[in-house]
Every structure is written in C-alpha cells, then in structure tokens.
Design a protein. Sequence first.
Length: 90
Amino acid sequence: MPESEIKVLLKRLGESVNKTLSNSPEIHDCIREIRNAGYEVFLSVETKIGFCSTSGEDSRADIGENEKPMHLKLTEYDAKFLKTLKIAID
C-alpha cells in the first residue's frame, strides 16, 4: 500500500478518535461538572498509533528479548473511559 494511502487511513483514524471523544456523554458530563464548580477545562489527549506491514516475512513488532511486560494500574474511571472508546482491557 502506498504511503499516501496509509496517511489517509491514519488521518481518518485520528478523526474517528476525535469524534468519539467529542460525542462521549460521560466526558461531556464530567467537563460540565468541572465548569459548574468554577473551573475552565482544557482536554488534551495524546494518541500513539503503531503499525507495521503484514506482507513481510516477519510482521511482529520489534520487541527486545529482555523486555518485561508492563503492568498498569487502572482506576474505575480509567476503565470506564477506555470502554467509551471501545478499548477492551484484559
């Protein structure tokens, strides 16, 4: 797939993430509550997207042999937020 097509697909993905966040009733409600408490809210979300070609001989990500799996501690709010983005946590 040409690089220009990949850029278009990544742009569409970014727009989809932005639309999902913008249309989230839970996020909207939380922001409204903070504003009602007398604060201004600025929301900035950083997204990292990684991909690699599956047409090659070895399509796995380059992971070092000595790297340990990372364990994250998620709050109930974190889990709800990820669920609104349709991200499953296992």
